[in-house]
Design a protein around this ligand. Structure first.
Ligand code: ZN
Length: 459
């Protein structure tokens, strides 16, 4: 079973599941007011890898990730652009899914939207007020963190030291600087919902606690997000659940930051800060591989050199995939379609992944296996190469690293390849050469093999 670092207890521990065989996980999604940046890409990829790996290990995963579609930043953007908040949120949510699809991040099983959950959020705030864990001020409703016994668990600091370090607050109506807004009363012109305390909108921390408990139930298995969310966002989600006596997430996972190299950030220098800029130039798999090659809790440096290295590794992977496609199917046991993967390789891979999701060493295993398989092919030992190649495919699938194959070829390119095949069959070599040139101009290389022609990106 997977062992994972837990923020609350500051150590690596086995993931003990609420329901055997099933994992219920919640990952904080984006506030949709701008294009996603590299940090969004990292957390999405880290938790996508975790989810895929758990599924690969035979577990059923229920993955919930929210969309924050009402928030101060969305209101500010709408005011600045002279648009409605709905319009802004809809635009950037569409961009979000488009980018996630390109990154190969699996869509969540549920993607609750904050605006669809206002009523149950008002219900939670009412319970907190009734239990005297929250109080009203002229600006809204606040949770009193003194009412939560182990507040500071995720910050890994005591309430006293958190209080000493807290910023001086502007709102003089708050009883403690650490108290946080559950309900914000609307200013004129702001979007608002009715509540017993006046028209307003829910606080961000109230959103995630209500949606995660509603969709995953009490004591769900894992709550994840970027390191910056541990405190105060997750601390405050947890505080509300505990204040009404509901067991919250059993485990907490927080991934490391993204550092962008270089002083100046620009497309021409390759120091991207947005995912859309990065994906305009790089294969989306390059960012996934870069993320995989760092430990999930460590910071990653995204710069020209680290992306170039990822691109080069992808070229190695793709060249091997093309080569492996030429191997005989292998001695598959009766009833099984695919060749059996090398079990020793997979056992090592699994041991690495189970050890706090050690993807850098798991990727080393993958590339070592490619090297070994290439050597076997070079030595004419197809029987040795087949199970190694199958293991490469398994490992890549477990972490969501797509292998470049025939499926990735767009139909218009496939049509040109077929046309060239027909020309070759008719021994019209000048037409066939011309078509090869056209494909090359479009960025596709055709290779003629004993099993027919194959096409791949390159040139
Ligand atoms: Zn959240």
């Amino acid at each position: 079973m997977l062992r994972l670092h837990d923020t609350a207890f500051g150590q690596v521990a086995e993931l003990e599941l609420r329901d055997p065989g099933q994992v219920a996980m919640y990952v904080c999604g984006p506030t949709v007011y701008d294009v996603p940046h590299l940090g969004h890409g990292r957390f999405s990829l880290v938790f996508d890898v975790l989810r895929r790996y758990l599924e690969w290990s035979g577990l059923r995963v229920r993955y919930v990730s929210n969309i924050t579609d009402i928030d101060d930043q969305i209101i500010n953007r709408a005011n600045r652009d002279g648009r409605t908040t709905e319009d802004v949120a809809a635009e950037y949510e569409a961009v979000w899914w488009e980018v996630m699809d390109r990154l190969g991040v699996k869509r969540p099983d549920a993607d609750p939207h904050a605006t669809a959950y206002v009523e149950p959020m008002v219900g939670l705030v009412a319970r907190l007020v009734a239990a005297a864990k929250a109080y009203t001020t002229p600006g809204g409703v606040y949770l009193s963190v003194d009412a939560v016994p182990d507040y500071g668990l995720l910050a890994r600091q005591s309430l006293g030291s958190l209080r000493a370090g807290a910023r001086v607050e502007v709102d003089e109506h708050k009883r403690s600087p650490l108290d946080f807004a559950l309900w914000k009363l609307a200013k004129p012109g702001e979007p608002s919902w009715a509540s017993p305390w006046g028209d307003g909108r829910p606080g961000w921390h109230t959103e995630c606690v209500v949606m995660s408990l509603d969709l995953l139930g009490d004591g769900f298995d894992l709550h994840g997000g970027g390191q910056d969310l541990a405190f105060p966002h997750h601390e405050n989600e947890r505080a509300q659940a505990l204040a009404v006596g509901r067991p919250f997430a059993r485990r907490w996972a927080h991934n490391g930051f993204v550092e962008v190299g270089g002083e100046k950030m620009s497309k021409s220098l390759g120091n991207y800060t947005t995912l859309t800029d990065l994906l305009a130039v790089h294969d989306p798999r390059a960012y996934r591989l870069l993320v995989l090659r760092s430990h999930w809790r460590a910071p990653i440096e995204v710069n020209v050199a680290s992306l170039a290295q990822a691109d080069a590794s992808l070229a190695t992977l793709d060249a091997f995939t093309r080569r492996a496609a030429e191997l005989p199917a292998g001695e598959a046991p009766a009833g099984e379609a695919a060749a059996a993967a090398d079990s020793a390789v997979l056992a090592r891979f699994q041991a690495r992944m189970d050890d706090n999701l050690d993807t850098p060493r798991a990727m080393a295993e993958l590339f070592d296996t490619i090297r070994a398989a290439n050597q076997a092919i070079d030595g004419g030992d197809a029987a040795a190469a087949v199970p190694l190649a199958a293991a490469v495919g398994e490992m890549a699938a477990a972490v969501g690293l797509a292998l470049a194959g025939a499926d990735a070829v767009p139909p218009e390119i496939r049509e040109l390849v077929a046309e060239r095949e027909r020309a070759r069959a008719a021994r019209d070599f000048s037409a066939s050469d011309q078509l090869r040139g056209r494909l090359l101009a479009l960025g596709w290389v055709v290779e003629d093999t004993p099993r027919g022609s194959r096409v791949y990106r390159g040139g």
